[in-house]
Ligand binder design. Structure first.
Ligand SMILES: CC(C)(COP(=O)(O)OP(=O)(O)OC[C@H]1O[C@@H](n2cnc3c(N)ncnc32)[C@H](O)[C@@H]1OP(=O)(O)O)[C@@H](O)C(=O)NCCC(=O)NCCS
Length: 291
């Protein structure tokens, strides 16, 4: 590839190649990516593209599936995909997933209207001061996870997800990521962990992905995940992050409604993007600018 370079991740679990960055002409990289996909039996190639270069993957037959606002140091990132295996590009539950989005939007959600509130939180100071603002019933406590929680968290994630794109069921993985670039927050009810969420931080670009959301079955629908998302946003805001986004399961009403009602904007859907639940699932993109 003379003059052209790409930073790629070969994701065997999700059977896809992710191009995180490229320099030089995309046309020169495209053939190599296709050959690599064939050799490694990867079914999807996904390219994270800055706005000024979007035409390049498009010319090579890639389709734009969505945008992550503010992902590239404040600039939007356009996500282009190509499917080496045709069936991987077919969304099997499109109508139901469209209905989930319609329900989110018709209630006036998904318009980023609440992002002002999140801006206010920056003036609240540290996590300790923000704690007072959390509106959970008395027997619930929301706090950042610590290393001693990792074993219980791994067990809960393992019960909550049959498959998951990252090894959340492994205590060692949780400890390692907790120690580096992932913030885990949790809700306890009388000392038992009942709800979890995390933020994967890209400090260089000031952008974070809110992910790994789980509430145990008996505690669902009580607003716990929303409180966790709000708390993570506040913490990120205090740390100087400019934007957050999530890639969430397109068929799950609860998680889409949670992000929509917190002022996130719906910006696309990644078809059969990762293995979660019982197989490959479509993931919706929701974004919010914190400042
Ligand atoms: C998705 C999940 C995390 C939501 O957690 P939760 O604590 O029950 O969420 P909340 O109570 O904060 O609810 C958020 C919103 O969704 C609504 N909601 C929750 N579950 C819902 C459901 N099954 N159907 C429709 N709406 C639902 C709530 O009423 C609330 O709406 P509001 O903003 O109008 O108040 C939980 O259902 C879960 O753990 N699911 C399995 C794991 C999973 O799929 N995680 C998502 C990975 S992307």
């Amino acid at each position: 590839m003379p003059g052209a370079r790409a930073e790629i991740v070969i994701d065997y679990y999700n059977r896809r190649i992710k191009v995180m960055d490229f320099t030089g002409r995309f046309e020169e990289i495209s053939g190599t990516l296709e050959a690599l996909a064939e050799a490694e039996e990867m079914e999807k190639i996904i390219v994270y593209t800055p706005p000024e270069r979007g035409h390049e993957p498009k010319t090579c037959g890639y389709v734009e599936e969505g945008t992550i606002r503010g992902y590239c140091a404040g600039k939007n990132c356009h996500i282009f995909s190509s499917y080496s295996k045709n069936s991987r590009g077919i969304s099997f539950h499109k109508e139901k997933e469209d209905q989930v989005i319609k329900n989110c939007l018709k209630k006036g959600r998904g318009t980023e209207k609440i992002s002002q509130k999140s801006g206010d939180s920056r003036r609240n100071g540290s996590w300790k001061k923000q704690k007072e603002k959390i509106s959970l019933p008395e027997e619930y406590t929301l706090r950042p996870a610590v290393q001693a929680d990792a074993s219980t968290m791994a067990a809960l994630y393992s019960q909550g997800f049959q498959f998951y794109p990252t090894p959340l069921h492994m205590e060692s993985y949780l400890l390692k990521t907790m120690d580096s670039h992932v913030l885990y927050f949790l809700v306890e009810k009388q000392g038992e962990i009942v709800s979890l969420a995390s933020a994967e931080m890209d400090s260089e670009n000031g952008s974070a992905e809110i992910t790994d959301c789980l509430t145990i079955l008996s505690e669902r629908g009580k607003g716990l995940i929303k409180e966790l998302i709000i708390a993570l946003e506040k913490e990120l805001s205090d740390r100087g992050f400019r934007s957050t986004y999530t890639l969430c399961r397109a068929l799950s009403s609860g998680i889409n409604i949670a992000f929509a009602s917190l002022g996130y904007a719906y910006t696309g859907r990644l078809v059969n993007n990762c293995r979660i639940g019982e197989g490959f699932e479509d993931m919706n993109i929701w974004c919010k600018m914190l400042k």
